[in-house]
Design a protein around this ligand. Structure first.
Ligand SMILES: Nc1ncnc2c1ncn2[C@@H]1O[C@H](COP(=O)(O)OP(=O)(O)O)[C@@H](O)[C@H]1O
Ligand SMILES: [Mg+2]
Length: 388
């Protein structure tokens, strides 16, 4: 397998619980690669396997062409930054950063100049003789970074490094981390459960769920073209529509009859080989749907629906509309839509381009629970119930 750092068929059980099942991926040299997934999906276990703190039941870890699976942690050119910083509380910042080079018995003069260099890199020179407890969370995390980087690892593993910080600081630290990465150019493996962190900092993201990788790729691809209901719902908001293919219109599009919306037929992008009669699940992002009080202009590839307003939530930078079409609640998110609120319409027109609907390869009903509200009501209509 190509790549600078490769995980090949890694499996791991704790007791009878399978925590990783046959995980394979590789990271390109100098890139930021994120492992993104909910708590308990196995992210930390993968990092610990990479650092040598845990050994896999099967599979290999290859770094720069060398099999490092059986090396002890100290023999691996890998360092880890943890969420809780793990600084030595009784040591000064200077001593914390000097710890690795001192253990390696590097010459005193070299250690001093290296520590100065890394203190400067994290803009902490004036805090060199403080103890960790005298620093803010953000500063402590910068020290933890310097303490790892001074060992010149080939790979830096970051396990939820910003999770203990508040939102504003987290956003600023992300920018700092990105700049630091540009400066030193080594490979980062970044673990987080926060999709916005992973999306903003990564070259590539692997979305994990219950010990497997559901999808891997650049952030935009993961967001724009989710392959599974888990990925679609975990990363951003989405709408799920259930339907049946009624017609393959040409190679790239299918006509799909949507279950909860009466007899509405929608044109959906389809690069899979589906047949008429196949049941499908479709994901459409709330911001990909246009909303208007007047009927929109028609277009061959545009889907148009009329629905009733269920709720409108003004959120400042955008507005969220919940629109009911038949038994389906559709979420629509728009910026600059305050003008629509003034009109107080009870009905709206929704429209989206066929390319914005994704037929999912892998659909699990449980993944609907990841959505802010269950967008389809679970009850079946009573017999003879008429749809509006
Ligand atoms: N040393 C361990 N012994 C037993 N179970 C563990 C151990 N480490 C992790 N686990 C379990 O493995 C699963 C994955 O844990 P972890 O890799 O920490 O997930 P994440 O970092 O994605 O939250 C969890 O169910 C966790 O309880
Ligand atoms: Mg973890």
């Amino acid at each position: 397998m190509a790549g600078f750092l490769s995980f090949e068929n890694i499996s791991k059980k704790f007791g009878r619980q399978t925590v990783l099942s046959d995980v394979s991926f590789s990271v390109e040299k100098g890139k930021i690669f994120s492992l993104l997934g909910p708590s308990g999906c196995g992210k930390t276990t993968l990092l610990r396997i990479c650092a040598g703190l845990e050994s896999p039941d099967s599979g290999r870890v290859i770094l720069d062409g060398k099999d490092i699976t059986d090396l002890v942690p100290n023999d691996r050119p890998v360092n880890t930054v943890f969420q809780n910083y793990a600084l030595f509380p009784h040591m000064t910042i200077w001593e914390n950063i000097a710890f690795g080079p001192r253990v390696d018995k590097r010459p005193k003069q070299e250690i001093a100049s290296e520590v100065e260099k890394y203190l400067e890199m994290i803009q902490m020179t004036s805090h060199a003789y403080k103890k960790p407890a005298q620093l803010s969370g953000g500063m402590r995390q910068r020290v933890a970074l310097a303490r790892a980087l001074i060992n010149h690892p080939q790979v830096l593993l970051l396990d939820e490094p910003l999770a203990a910080l508040d939102l504003k600081l987290r956003q600023r630290m992300l920018v700092e981390l990105d700049e630091l990465h540009d400066k030193i150019g080594i490979t980062f493996v970044y673990v987080t459960h926060d999709q916005s962190e992973a999306m903003s900092i990564s070259d590539d993201v692997a979305v994990m769920n219950r010990g497997i990788i559901e999808q891997m790729g650049p952030p935009a691809e993961i967001y724009e073209a989710p392959k599974s209901s888990f990925v679609a719902a975990f990363i951003g908001d989405t709408n799920f529509f259930d339907g049946t293919v009624t017609e393959i219109t040409d190679n790239d599009y299918s006509r799909v009859q949507l279950e909860n919306m009466g007899n509405q037929q929608m044109l959906i992008f389809n690069d899979r080989r589906l047949n008429a009669g196949d049941g499908v699940h479709v994901s459409i992002r709330p911001e990909k749907i246009d909303i208007s009080a007047e009927p929109p202009a028609t277009d061959r590839k545009k889907n148009i629906l009329k629905g009733h307003v269920e709720d409108i939530i003004y959120m400042g930078n955008s507005t969220k509309f919940w629109i009911r079409v038949g038994r389906q609640l559709i979420s629509v998110q728009k910026q600059h839509s305050a003008f629509l609120l003034d009109q107080k319409p009870i009905r709206f027109w929704l429209a989206w381009h066929a390319d914005n609907g994704y037929i999912l390869d892998n659909y699990q009903d449980a993944d609907r629970s990841l959505l802010p509200i269950n967008v389809t009501e679970p009850q079946k209509p009573e017999k003879g119930h008429k749809q509006k």
